[in-house]
Design a protein around this ligand. Structure first.
Ligand SMILES: [Ca+2]
Length: 225
């Protein structure tokens, strides 16, 4: 007997929820457009030639699209340490050094950005921090909860670094520049891209760099609030 009115109520509720989600999604996409940073340099030659020691390479790997691990357009970051080499933290290798050529040759990367951290500082302190951490494990613990640390333990069970955590720690400990915009929780890739201390030098496909829907909500909470 009560089925009819409850079904009608349910339909109205679902409609209202759909409209609210639509409105929310539209408005946060507008906010998203406003926080996109545009590149400052356009070149026709090899963009990797723009890399200077201390620069950060952000890459977009389509296989992580809509993934729950990054919740950002970008999927990974590497620190350029000079001599045609990067140091980064990955789930497979932990903190390790690799030639720029290796990343350049990757066919599973569909877009990349080169970021430069602004300011007058001794970049060798940033580089020596990450060089000192080579061999540390990946911080799988950070995937479960929003935490990070400057001086990680070398425990095999997840007290190392994520890719963003390593670079954040290097800049904060080395030269007192904080890439964590809201200074708490995760250090996200989007936070790195939009941070006020960061200049976006180059983006391969700038028109593709965008956050959508819940990525924006997530990043509002982890970067700004
Ligand atoms: Ca944060």
């Amino acid at each position: 007997m009560n089925k009819k009115p409850s079904k009608g109520y349910l339909k109205i509720s679902i409609s209202i929820i759909i409209i609210l989600i639509f409105l929310l999604n539209t408005s946060i996409n507008v906010i998203g457009e406003k926080i996109i940073k545009k590149p400052t340099i356009e070149i026709d030659d090899d963009p990797f030639s723009l890399l200077e020691t201390g620069d950060i390479l952000l890459i977009y790997e389509p296989r992580y699209e809509k993934g729950i691990l990054t919740l950002s357009y970008w999927s990974h970051c590497l620190l350029y340490v000079g001599n045609d080499e990067f140091i980064d933290a990955t789930g497979r290798l932990g903190v390790s050094r690799s030639p720029v050529e290796k990343t350049k040759a990757r066919t599973d990367v569909d877009n990349f950005a080169i970021l430069s951290v602004k300011g007058d500082y001794d970049v060798s302190k940033v580089v020596s921090f990450v060089e000192d951490k080579i061999g540390y494990p990946y911080d799988f613990r950070a995937l479960m909860s929003p935490q990070k640390q400057i001086n990680a333990s070398k425990s095999e069970y997840g007290y190392g670094y994520t890719c963003t955590e390593l670079i954040w720690a290097a800049y904060l400990d080395g030269v007192n520049i904080n890439l964590d915009s809201n200074n708490r929780g995760w250090m996200t890739l989007w936070e790195m891209y939009t941070n006020k201390n960061v200049e976006v030098k180059y983006v391969q496909k700038p028109e593709k760099v965008v956050l959508k829907g819940f990525e924006i909500i997530f990043n509002l909470f982890t970067c700004y609030i």
